[in-house]
Design a protein around this ligand. Structure first.
Ligand code: ATP
Ligand code: LTN
Length: 335
């Protein structure tokens, strides 16, 4: 009997800023742990990134930094496919086709569209509106089983499933219908200066975020300045969002449970607690930063990975695209 294929995981991250500790604990670190069990594809979603205005030089650098960080945290380019979205034309091609199978009504219900159009009122472009059908194309092209994303992306997963099912209903089995794979609750890191909102890489206040490439001294400083409360008790509680956030971060980087961390810091003042959290974060990030620097100095190696990633991704994506084009009545692409 044939051995059962591994399930396919697909995920992507936009190059919209420096990767934060939130992105790391909520996404990258989990991706890292999935690579043994699943067949994984990880993408730098640079086509999605231009739905808000970007500075070209900065975008280019962020894309390179992002793919380098994917590898620096431990994603193995031999085992997984790691690539730039814009290197695989099938995304744009299927994105357009799926636009024609997606309704205005569905797209206007997306909360991310509503949020982003409020935030960028001077640039409510058509790409921002059709963002979800491009994301559906990303996922459906690779016949994906599972998509690890944060809670905020659940609605985009739902519309992906709806579009995929609609297409399958019209033309017969074409796409595998993916499931969302939402990480465990608590994997939500909050902003250091305002622990009621999430840490976000596009946050303009850099004291809210810890970038995984921040210098150790900067990290220590940001943690020390994190907003807490007027008690002096290290305890996880809803009314203590600042301390709870630091406890989650500590637990995330050390692998200890919240209860173990609370025990460890019982009777310890906030100053010493923050020091320990800062040191634990630095210790976790140090090897990643070292890998990042080494990779940066190894341009040819990185270029080869990027090229190979695109080729491997393209082979899979084109298979699905050909199937779709045939079903809807386009002439076969001669490859
Ligand atoms: P942006 O500021 O551009 O919206 P972001 O930092 O919010 O970026 P995304 O690019 O939207 O991050 O998300 C990348 C991945 O990181 C997603 O899987 C998302 O769920 C996860 N993620 C983002 N922020 C956090 C956070 N604060 N805590 C845990 N996970 C997070
Ligand atoms: N919209 C996602 C990024 C993203 C994505 C994807 C995630 C683009 N395409 C495909 C999973 C699968 C975000 O902003 N986090």
């Amino acid at each position: 009997m044939e051995t059962q294929e591994k399930k396919r995981i697909y995920s992507a991250m936009q190059p919209s800023g420096m990767i934060t500790l939130g992105n790391f604990l909520g996404a990258l670190n989990n991706w890292n742990q999935m690579q043994e069990e699943y067949d994984c594809i990880f993408c730098v979603a640079n086509m999605h990134a231009i739905t808000v205005r970007q500075d070209p030089a900065e975008l280019r650098k962020r894309c390179r930094d992002l793919i380098t960080q994917f590898i620096a945290v431990g994603l193995d380019p031999e085992k997984n496919i790691i690539y730039y979205q814009s290197h695989v034309p099938a995304h744009a091609q299927l994105g357009w086709i799926l636009d024609c199978y997606t309704y205005m009504g569905e797209l206007s219900r997306m909360t991310q569209f509503k949020d982003k159009s409020a935030k960028h009122a001077d640039n409510i472009n058509a790409g921002l509106f059709t963002y979800p059908s491009l994301m559906a194309a990303d996922i459906l092209l690779y016949q994906t089983d599972l998509v690890p994303v944060g809670e905020d992306q659940r609605q985009h997963l739902e519309i992906t499933r709806d579009i995929g099912e609609r297409f399958n209903g019209l033309y017969g089995e074409t796409f595998r219908i993916p499931e969302a794979y939402i990480g465990k609750v608590g994997a939500r890191v909050m902003a250091l200066q305002d622990p009621t909102k999430k840490m976000s890489k596009s946050d303009e206040n850099k004291n809210n975020t810890i970038a995984i490439l921040d210098d150790p001294a900067v990290i220590m400083n940001k943690v020390k300045r994190a907003v807490t409360d007027s008690e002096n008790e290290v305890r996880f509680a809803e009314e203590k969002p600042g301390i709870s956030n630091l406890l989650s971060i500590y637990s995330g980087v050390t692998g200890k449970t919240i209860a173990e961390a609370e025990k460890e810091f019982a009777g310890v003042g906030y100053g010493a607690f923050k020091n320990a959290v800062g040191e634990a974060v630095v210790a976790k990030l140090e090897p990643i930063q070292k890998n990042f620097k080494d990779l940066q100095n190894n341009k040819d190696y990185l270029d080869a990975i990027i090229k190979e990633g695109a080729q491997k991704a393209e082979r899979i994506a084109n298979r699905t695209l050909d199937k779709v084009q045939k079903k809807i009545g386009f002439p076969l692409t001669i490859r």
